[in-house]
Write a protein that binds this ligand. Sequence first.
Ligand SMILES: Cc1cc2nc3c(=O)[nH]c(=O)nc-3n(C[C@H](O)[C@H](O)[C@H](O)COP(=O)(O)OP(=O)(O)OC[C@H]3O[C@@H](n4cnc5c(N)ncnc54)[C@H](O)[C@@H]3O)c2cc1C
Ligand code: FES
Ligand code: FES
Length: 1384
Amino acid sequence: MNVCELFQNMSLSENTVLIFFCNGKRVTDEKVDPSMTLLSYLRLKLRLTGSKLGCGEGGCGACTVMISSYDRLTKKITNISANACLTPICQVHMMAVTTVEGIGSIKEGLHPVQERIAKAHGSQCGFCTPGIVMSMYTLLRNNHQPTMTDIEDTFQGNLCRCTGYRPILEGYRTFTKDYVSDGSADKNCCQMKGNLKCCTDDGLNDGTPQSSKSNCCQMRNTEKRQEGVQSCTDENQCCMISNGKRQISTILFQPSEFTAYDPTKEIIFPPELILMLEKEDPQLVKFEGNGLTWIRPVTIDQLSAVRSQFPNSKLVSGNTEVGVDIKLKKMHYPMLVSVANVAELNTIGLCETGVNIGASVTLSRIEDFLKDAMGQIPDYQCKGFAAVVDMLHWFSGQQIRNVAGIGGNIITGSPISDLNPILMAAGCTLAFADTKGVHRSLQIAEHFFTGYRQNAMKPNETLVSIHIPYTKKTEHIKAFKQAHRRDDDIAIVNAAFRVDLHDGVVHDSSMAFGGMAPTTKMAKQTMNKIVGRIWDQSLFDDVIASLANEMSLEPGAPGGMTEYRQSLVLSFFFKFYLRLNQEIPNKNIPKVSPSETSATFPFKRDEVKSTQMFQEVANDQPPIDPVGRPLVHLSAYQQATGEAIYVDDMIPFQNELYMAVVFSQKAHAQIKCVDATAALSMRGVHAFIDHRDVPGSNLIGDIIQDEELFATDKVTCIGQYIGAIVADDKEIAQRAARMVQVEYQDLEPIISIEDAIEKESYFEPVRMETGNMTNGFESSDKIIEGEMRIGEQEHFYLETQSCIAVPKQEEDFIEVFSATQDLRLAQITIANALGVKYHKVNVRTKRLGGAFGGKETQSCNLSAALAIAAKKVGRPVRCMLDRDEDMTSTGTRHAFLGRYKVGFSNDGKIQALKIYLYCNSGNSMDLSPVVMDLALWQLQNAYYIPNMDAYGYCCKTNIPSNTAFRALGRPSALLIMENLMNEISYSIGVSQNMVRELNFLKEEQMTCYNQTVDDVHLVKRCWDECLLKSDYTERQSKVANFNRSNRWKKRGLSIIPLLYGVGFPAIQMDKAGAFVIIYQDGSVLLSHGGVEMGQGLYTKMIQVASRTLKIPSDQIYTEETSTNKVPNTSPTAGSVSSDINGMAVKIACEKLYQRLEPYRRQEPDKTWSDWVAAAYMDRVSLFATGFYKTPSKGFDYRTRTGEPFYYFSSGAAVSEVEIDCLTGDHVVLRTDIVMDVGDSINPAIDIGQIEGGFIQGYGLFTLEEYRWSPSGELLTKGPGFYKIPSFTDIPVEFNVSLLDGVPHTKVVCSSKAIGEPPLLLAGSVFLAIKEAILASRKDCGIEGSFRLDSPATAERIRMACSNTFTEKFPPAVPGQFTPFFIRS
Ligand SMILES: Cc1cc2nc3c(=O)[nH]c(=O)nc-3n(C[C@H](O)[C@H](O)[C@H](O)COP(=O)(O)OP(=O)(O)OC[C@H]3O[C@@H](n4cnc5c(N)ncnc54)[C@H](O)[C@@H]3O)c2cc1C
Ligand code: FES
Ligand code: FES
């Protein structure tokens, strides 16, 4: 049969009708567009918007769905979690897809997976929630009673930016085998009995904070438990009663209220689909449309036939590489041939010499198969398999491993492939078949990879299978990987080593490295050198010297971090050497000394554990009053079922169009010409807009208007808006936007702070001065000078910037649905751009999928551009930025540089501090002056600095304007100060804690900005409780012991205090409004100026209204925030939104309550609805406004005098870390936080803010790093390269306590602000890391202080743990080479 006949037989001339099942319903599409992903199909075609687009590149998990398939031969159903954003729609042909909408809903009832994440407070903004729900759901479908480890593994591919993960894990712990079989881990605890008595107290009422007593039930999760202390004895003296009045609780949710999980109730695989699949053999399918042909052969013969016919077709398997290329690199393949279902490429089995793995076998299947095989064949044969299995654990997340094929990894040929080094070291062979059926095999050795992402496979060949040989008794293989983040991250360097040792003599060896060259590289010279030599110290020394030479990198080599990467090569070999020495019982093999064994400890993380302690409401508080109770976030159920609507989930308006922005590709350039002709000629394109279309002002900005909405003749950063295309849909708009030709003339850019200092490129500098510097330094015994850098931080809200502008038919009115935290600013920016009065613009916001400051000023550019577009075309226009567009075009938290000189006494008392703070503001002012002021005010933190001279310089550079980010400049300032405290303690040899305590601010002392702090004693209270609760002193000696006995792992322990000023220094912002309506039936509609962005504001405001009106909270509803209900609002920012909006709500509700008073008095036995009805009949107004302004003095920016803050909150945190001195890896072993929130309005929400804020701060100080090309291009624009903390980055033990008995009379319901302050406490992790590095350096004989910049990445930690390996690679001299990347 010739190819044409074969094709006719395969009916390739006709398109297949796409059939799949979604949530049990059949979907049939005769004209499917094969370029669509499953996610776009679900969202746009099926209008199932529960699955979210967080990144589009497999890195966040927000799009996770379950895909089920049926194998007619084995009759087996397979359920996998997968990223819908990377799954081609055609790939799910004849499969069943389950989305978050398919498993439960508010109307039909929530699935237990949805219910538990909601009730356990595991959903804040909710944008990540559907993806997390579906990962967990798929796990349960495959394993009804998972372990905690299974749960943590299942979430490797999911990110959440709000919660800090702890509540999600705790909620889902209730599904685990341990939990279910035990009934409850804590079933014997008094706290579970609800009797308000503690079962474990020692009966001593000695004033010690009770929960810190050694035998307290609350200590059950700490080391005390290991010591056998399990229960209290005297129920009369409960340690959990605060001040003898209000109980301390540890229970934020009641598992007993959860619906039991019954696997038999799960929806089944569609029987109709089984029948269809049983009817005939799987068929070749073809789909064609929108310029793409997608073919899925099912046998190798079909594959060969297709490829002969279409030699230029592109093979695709899991699409995790190809999909990313299409999405991010904008690659276009006219024909894709899927090998995912080719039977011959899907087999896996053992043979006499090893395992044969079909090229399309997914990584998850390989992992399962090899684990199984390892239980069946002798250990010595499986060392190669073990290396693969170990590595697969650190290979991406489960959603990727479930679909990615091994062939895809090999053929991609990425220099940082995790598998290729092992396959090369293990001597694997690859089997290929060409289109004529000719087979050949090749060893996967260095010559296989011929260049960057190139290999020796011929164009007409397909990789069929991979053979991994068994290892011989004498062979040993191990692999290593170091990434920026442990879970779901590509390697910085990876390595695999194999030696064949005969009686201690090297018979053969291979060493393969990833991340050291454009291809996976073997160390040939070193390998050859050691053959025939004894495996001993001298061999080790020679290998180290040889590898240092053979694996050397030029400064500026692609990938950067050259000294670190070279050090890793040596460290990995060192680990391999020691591991073998440990494992091989041979007299010729050197023994490993006990302290060196720490180099070989594999990474191990205990099961996460935690406590949350808060004060219960008073016994006599009416049950109807929800204030102080851990009410579930009011949108949590909708968020968990996917029913919560975010901007881009809104049903399209009639005639709606889509806008794609044309971004500047140059950091600093003159625009010579913009030509949109080609773009405008495309079908489906309606308009191109630029500055000429702006009828009003093209200048935008909050403090000053110094930013152009659309660049006119010059661009000042990459990502700046030059224009925009309006088209029928997103795909056309984006394609057309790429066709707009912009001609630039380059100008020299300024990227970094250092550049800006050199060129004196600043906005107006500020200065804060107190005391007398000359006297201060003269009275100092010691002076230290130094500098520290703190990097920027990307907001990484899961929902990117999004907006819909809807011009109204009448007059100039426009309605804008914007994901903004500052409706007022959005309104006036739009109105000014349109040149209309403010009342012609209504901005509406329902909820945000996270914001953290990034949607304050920076949401306005998109809203205003859309408004211009909508006006021009006279139709509604929508845009949601892609993740890479969002990260390229919006700013971040400012990077800071601090240059300091501090004078202090011999005992550590600070006498004087002179400091220059520089921040990188980017190309416009935005909120930089506020950021800098807050940094200057935060510098002193909780300390008294009698003489201080501080300068603040906001550097003007050519990166996108940096902006507000949770706590603004304060975390950076705090870290500089706390680092200084450590430096002082190192310099005088006094403990850090003594230095800190000695410098604590006292009540009678003023801050450097001349404000007194009423309740400054609360800092000391938090500090003391934190020390006690964390067993600080005892653990300090344990850490010291650990460090003495372990050379290559070190621990560090650190505590920091926090004093945080609350309130908008600009007094005009310290106000809020509310508008409350009571309808005839008694239901209440509550509106205020605050935006719900996950922080639980709407929930808290309803709690306040409920208390004030004395009605149940379910009678009150908040629909949205809009400028036509409550005008002139302040941004939802600065942690004060509950404070100010809460007071406004209270005032409005009090008015209404008073109006109903006569009816209540007249008929006290009647109900709320009756009183409302009676008032209605009496023509009483049933709506009221509330307006509140704080009585604070405010700060006068002109004279730089006044009081910037209304009040202060306090806290303290202790963190303990363990670092790997050879790789720079670290783990946070434990964190204890004590935080003052006054009387919490909602402890679950407040604790959620503490944990989420802390983990965000942890990311800032340890993990998250922006890298720029020297020409100003952002290189880390997506979750693939920018790493926020993931599930397994949180402290292994995470304890949070709210300070009890501290009602705060200045604020609504005696509460205090909480959104921002806890983020700063993550500084404790940074300083604990610094302590651990200090211990490592001591072992190398290096004493005293050293510079450690933030974030404390693996690279920085490793290079600071200086040893003989790192000394081989001294830093290259700046200026003598072009760095691969720079920091801003
Ligand atoms: C979020 C994310 C995380 C990742 N993490 C990691 C990681 O930790 N470590 C790592 O090494 N990689 C990682 N990757 C890269 C990628 O997932 C892997 O390389 C994966 O194994 C590719 O498999 P695939 O089946 O999806 O390949 P595809 O994208 O389908 O194809 C990749 C390439 O292989 C070719 N190809 C596929 N099958 C064949 C065949 N049988 N014969 C010939 N050519 C073929 C294709 O034409 C294409 O060029 C990650 C990717 C993503 C998106
Ligand atoms: S949207 Fe699919 S993984 Fe992020
Ligand atoms: S709740 Fe997870 S990202 Fe907001």
